[in-house]
Structure formats: C-alpha cells, structure tokens
Design a protein around this ligand. Structure first.
Ligand SMILES: [Ca+2]
Ligand SMILES: [Ca+2]
Length: 396
C-alpha cells in the first residue's frame, strides 16, 4: 500500500495502525498515498458542513469497510483486543453483531458477494514463513497475500489464488459471476479478473508506467473504476505522489482518465446511480499539514462536492446499495497520540445518488433485477434509526 506514507491501512498490519492519527491511513486498496498533497484551491479548504455521521458502536480500530447487499452488515478490517494483527470482521450496521472471519496471518481487503451469504477477503494465512512485507509499501507488498472466499461466519473457506506474489484489493462483480483484483509481479501492479472459483485468472491491464489498484466495479457491471500512480513517482520522498482515477471496461479496453490535476485522487468508490463516485483527495492545509478528505464527483462532468471537513484522516469511502449511507474510516474524535482509525457512517440520502433507471455512465444499464434489489434495500432491523439515536461523531 503506501509507501512512506501515513499508513493506516486497512489492511494494516498491526503496528501500522498506531500511526494513524498523525498520518492517516491507507490501505491496500487505497494504497500508497502520497505524502504531501498537492496544492488545493482555497475554496477546497474553506470551512464546510458535513452531513450527519455516527461512529459504529463497539467496533475496535477499523478501516476499509464495505456494505452487505442488504445494507444490514459491513465487512472490513479491524483489530480486536485479542488480535495481534488486523483481521477481517463482519459487523452489523449498528455494531451489535460483530464476528471475526479469520484469525491467521494478516488480513486485508474484503468484500461481500451479492448473495449476501458469502464474502471475499485477502490474507497471508497460508504463507507463515514468507516475509511479512508491508501493506503500505508498494516496494514491499506481502508476497504471501492470497484471496479467499468463505461464508459469513468464516466457514467453507476456499483459496482462490496460490502463488508467491501479492494478490489483494479484491471485489465481486454485481452479478456475482466474476472477481476483480490486483496482482503485483516483478514490482508491477496490474488489474486481473477471475471466476468466483479462482479459475480463468486473466490480466486486463498491461501498463508498465501506471500502477493500478484499489479498483471497483460500476453498478452496470461492465465498467471498472481504478486509481493509479506512475511508477516513476513511487519513489518520491515526502513531496507528493500524484494519483489519478481511470475507468476501463472489464476486458481492459476503453481506458479513460477521469481526473487530471496534479493531486492525489485515491480510493474511488462508485455510487449506485452509476454516475458518481466518492474518492479521497489529499489536501495541503495552510502550514503544509496534510488532510485526507472525501469528495463526491460526477464521472462525466467532473462536478464535485466535498463531504468531509475534519482535520483528521478521512478515507476509504464506500456507499450502501440503496445510496443512503456512506461508511468511511476516520481518525476524528480520537486523541492525537492514539493515531487510530474507527469506522463511521454518514447519512448521504440527501445527495440523491441511489439506484436509478435508465442509462448509467458509459451508456450501460443496470440490470433490472439488480436495480430492483438495490431499490428495495431497507433496514428492517431499524439499525439506521438506532444509529441516529446515538451521538453524532461530527456534531459541532
Ligand atoms: Ca499470492
Ligand atoms: Ca479529514
């Protein structure tokens, strides 16, 4: 993940987390953040108001979480009291039902299958003798990282990759038929796809200069959104490491650069409307202090709205299938010396990025069955109401 960067990865190896506060986190998926952010317009750093958000109760230090298809649960990395490393956990939306999925090795990126009954995750559990590596340093990614699927209680584990190279940053396609992931060979990161049983592993990017990763799939199921940095920038010191966001088709064709200014554009996550995505921009505040903030951007027009306004790290945004909630990892509210990240949920229902009929980005259509499923997501458990009943984590 990120090199010399603040790390708090999600994937984070234990010790890594400790730094977080002062230096934000980054994860495998998001990996490699630049250290010094590019200049930002004054408007971007002006005080603003956040939508209501709440910290998920009971979860220990956590980062990089994703919603289940029905929005009732989330999956991500956390480090519980008895853990010596970050592991994959599943938590209910309200933090009342928390389970560890794996307890061996060190875990990283995870994701729900659209059936809500299976999950995908990354771990070094089967290579205890390989060097641990560093999830944040692209020059030292854990070569023992493999991708697994299991049920939502950690049973029925199936290993999908088996090699001594880094495999991580994995997501499942909206139709549940294929998996998108990142693999690093000879220091080069590229995107790959495979069937859900691990067969047909296929490389889809072949870019010697750009290092892709942290990719997601748009709701139509045919377009991928990813961030990438240039290999030549990977060794940059405390200056900056520009990152840009691209879209491409699932076979690697039709590559298109979405962002262009000299900034760090990191951790893109598509909204269910197929037209917007959330991402993280690293701001250089007055005095040179870095601040990771989350933005929502229209893919085609480039119109943006800043969603977080907090001096602490805010990153790893992901959005529920109904477009009502965004979860993200943040160091807000903690003591500076703790440097820990915790998982928060923001009510973004007012932004109108939920499922919509008709064409999405690139002329794709969300399959009607999937559209219906996303539209029908409701929180029958009342967890959303519960969450709203606890103090906001951004009350000012
Ligand atoms: Ca591997
Ligand atoms: Ca922030």
């Amino acid at each position: 993940m990120s090199k010399q960067f603040p790390r708090v990865d999600l994937i984070l190896p234990v010790a890594a987390i400790l730094f977080l506060a002062a230096q934000p986190v980054i994860s495998a998926r998001a990996s490699s953040l630049p250290q010094a952010g590019p200049a930002v317009s004054p408007a971007a750093t002006a005080p603003g108001v956040e939508l209501p958000c709440h910290r998920i109760p009971n979860l220990p230090e956590a980062a990089e979480w994703y919603f289940s298809p029905d929005g009732e649960y989330l999956i991500g990395n956390a480090k519980g009291p008895s853990d010596t490393a970050y592991h994959v956990y599943i938590s209910s939306f309200d933090g009342q039902d928390i389970r560890r999925i794996n307890d061996k090795g060190e875990d990283a990126c995870s994701y729900f299958f659209p059936d809500g009954k299976h999950v995908l995750w990354t771990s070094t559990r089967d290579w205890p003798d390989l060097p641990k590596g560093n999830w944040h340093d692209a020059n030292d990614y854990p070569q023992g990282a493999e991708i697994y699927s299991s049920d939502t209680r950690g049973g029925d584990v199936k290993r999908l990759t088996n090699n001594k190279v880094y495999d991580a940053e994995c997501v499942v396609a909206p139709n549940g038929q294929w998996i998108l992931f990142g693999r690093q060979i000879d220091g080069k990161m590229d995107l790959w796809t495979m069937d859900i049983d691990g067969s047909n592993q296929t490389q889809i990017t072949f870019t010697d200069d750009w290092q892709e990763g942290g990719a997601q799939i748009l709701p139509g199921g045919e377009t991928i959104i990813t961030r990438a940095w240039k290999r030549q920038d990977q060794g940059r010191g405390r200056g900056m490491m520009p990152m840009q966001i691209f879209t491409l088709k699932r076979d690697g064709s039709a590559r298109k650069q979405i962002t262009s200014d000299e900034a760090t554009h990191w951790a893109p996550y598509p909204a269910p409307d197929g037209r917007h995505f959330a991402y993280v921009r690293v701001l250089a505040e007055p005095g040179g202090r870095l601040n990771w903030e989350i933005y929502l951007r229209n893919i085609e027009t480039g119109e943006e709205r800043r969603l977080t306004y907090d001096p602490a790290f805010d990153g790893f945004p992901s959005i529920s299938a109904d477009g009502r909630w965004m979860t993200f990892s943040s160091g807000r509210g903690g003591k500076p010396e703790e440097r820990a990240l915790f998982q928060h949920i923001m009510d973004i229902s007012s932004l109108g990025v939920g499922p919509r009929r008709g064409q999405t980005y690139g002329g794709e259509r969300i399959p009607s069955s999937d559209h219906q499923r996303r539209s029908e997501v409701t929180r029958r458990s009342g967890a959303g109401k519960y969450l709203r009943s606890i103090p906001r984590s951004n009350e000012r």
